[in-house]
Design a protein around this ligand. Structure first.
Ligand code: ATR
Length: 290
C-alpha cells in the first residue's frame, strides 16, 4: 500500500525522488506514510531519471509536480536547473531538495548538511547542556576527514555555525582547496593522527573508510581520539563503524550516520509541506525497514 492509488485525484500534489538508481530509496515509504498521517492529499514517487536537464525542462512546463528530492548522480547537475538556491547549498555545489513554488519557480536546498549539523549540535547539547542563542559549535575546533561531497557539506555547515574548521584528506590538494574556501586549515589524513592542540574537539568522518564490507578499517587510530568530545561518522553501513565504537570506548559522544540520513528527511518534509516532520513515524519506519 505504498502509493494509495485510489486517493489520487487531479488536485493531488505529486512529489518524488529523482535519481539513477532510485528503486532502493526509502523516501517514498517515509513520505507517503507521513502525508497519510496528516491527511495530506499528496503522493511521493520514485522517478528514474537519466537526463536531469531534460527532466526539469519537462517538469517545469507541466503543472503537476510540487517538489522533489534529488539523489545520486544528480545532486550537482540539477543546480543549473534551479531558479533559486540556498546560499550554503550553492557553495557546497550540491542540492538534494527542490521545492516548486506556486508561481512555478524551483527553489533548492541541501538538507544533508542541515541534518548532519543539527545531529552534531544536539550531541554537543547532550554533553554541555542547552545554552540558548549561540550554536554549541561556535568556537569549537571541528575536524573534517575527507574533502568530497559530504566533506564539503560538513565543512561549510560547521563554518557557518562559527566553528574553526580543519580539513584532513588523503589527497592534501583537495583538503587545501576546501579549507581555503571555508576559511580553515588543511592537513592530511596521516598527519591528523598527531594533531591534538586542545581538549573538546569535534570529529566528522566523511571518507568511505570503514564502510561495509571493510568494517575493520578506520580513518583515525584509537589513540588519536582522546581529545575529541564528539565523533560523527557519515557512514551508516554498518550503523556503528569501528571509528564510532572506538570513540565511544574513549569516552566521546558519538553521532551515527543514520541520524544525518533521517534528519535530512525531516528537513525535506518541512520544506515540502511547511509542517513539522512526524519524527517518530520516520524513525519507526526506518528501523522497521532497515
Ligand atoms: P562523498 O561524496 O561521499 O564525499 P567522494 O566525493 O568520492 O564521496 O569523496 C570520497 C572521500 O573519501 C575523499 O575525501 C577521499 O579522499 P581523496 O580525496 O584522497 O580521494 C576519501 N577516501 C576514499 N577512500 C579512501 C581511502 N581508502 N583512504 C582515505 N581516504 C579515502
Amino acid at each position: 500500500d505504498l502509493y494509495n492509488f485510489r486517493l489520487i485525484r487531479p488536485d493531488t500534489k505529486v512529489y518524488g525522488i529523482i535519481g539513477k538508481p532510485v528503486g532502493h530509496s526509502k523516501s517514498p515509504l517515509l513520505f507517503n506514510a507521513a502525508y497519510k498521517s496528516v491527511g495530506l492529499n499528496a503522493v511521493y514517487l520514485h522517478f528514474l531519471v537519466d537526463d536531469v536537464e531534460k527532466f526539469f525542462n519537462t517538469y517545469s512546463a507541466i503543472d503537476f509536480a510540487s517538489g522533489c528530492s534529488c539523489t545520486i548522480p544528480h545532486k550537482e547537475a540539477a543546480l543549473k536547473c534551479m531558479d533559486e538556491i540556498d546560499p550554503i547549498a550553492k557553495k557546497i555545489g550540491a542540492i538534494n531538495n527542490i521545492v516548486r513554488r506556486p508561481d512555478g519557480t524551483l527553489t533548492a536546498f541541501n538538507t544533508d548538511y542541515i541534518g548532519a549539523i543539527a545531529a552534531i549540535e544536539d550531541g554537543l547539547r547532550e554533553l554541555n547542556g542547552v545554552s540558548p542563542g549561540a550554536s554549541p559549535l561556535a568556537g569549537k575546533l571541528f575536524v573534517v576527514l575527507g574533502a568530497g561531497g559530504a566533506g564539503k557539506s560538513l565543512a561549510y555547515g560547521a563554518a557557518q555555525k562559527g566553528a574553526r574548521v580543519v580539513v584532513a584528506n588523503r589527497t592534501f590538494e583537495r583538503a587545501k582547496e576546501l579549507a581555503e574556501k571555508v576559511g580553515g586549515q588543511a592537513t592530511t589524513l596521516a598527519e591528523v593522527e598527531n594533531f591534538h592542540p586542545e581538549e573538546g574537539m569535534v570529529l566528522a568522518n566523511t571518507t568511505s573508510v570503514g564502510m561495509k564490507p571493510k568494517i575493520d578499517d578506520t580513518p583515525l587510530a584509537k589513540h588519536a581520539l582522546k581529545r575529541y568530545c564528539l565523533v560523527f561518522d557519515a557512514i551508516y553501513t554498518p550503523k556503528e563503524t569501528r571509528l564510532l565504537r572506538e570513540a565511544r570506548e574513549t569516552g566521546a559522544v558519538i553521532v551515527y550516520g543514520t541520524e544525518m540520513l533521517i534528519r535530512q528527511g525531516f528537513e525535506q518534509y518541512k520544506n515540502f509541506t511547511g509542517l513539522p516532520a512526524p519524527e517518530e513515524l520516520f524513525r519507526t519506519l526506518m528501523e522497521k525497514h532497515a
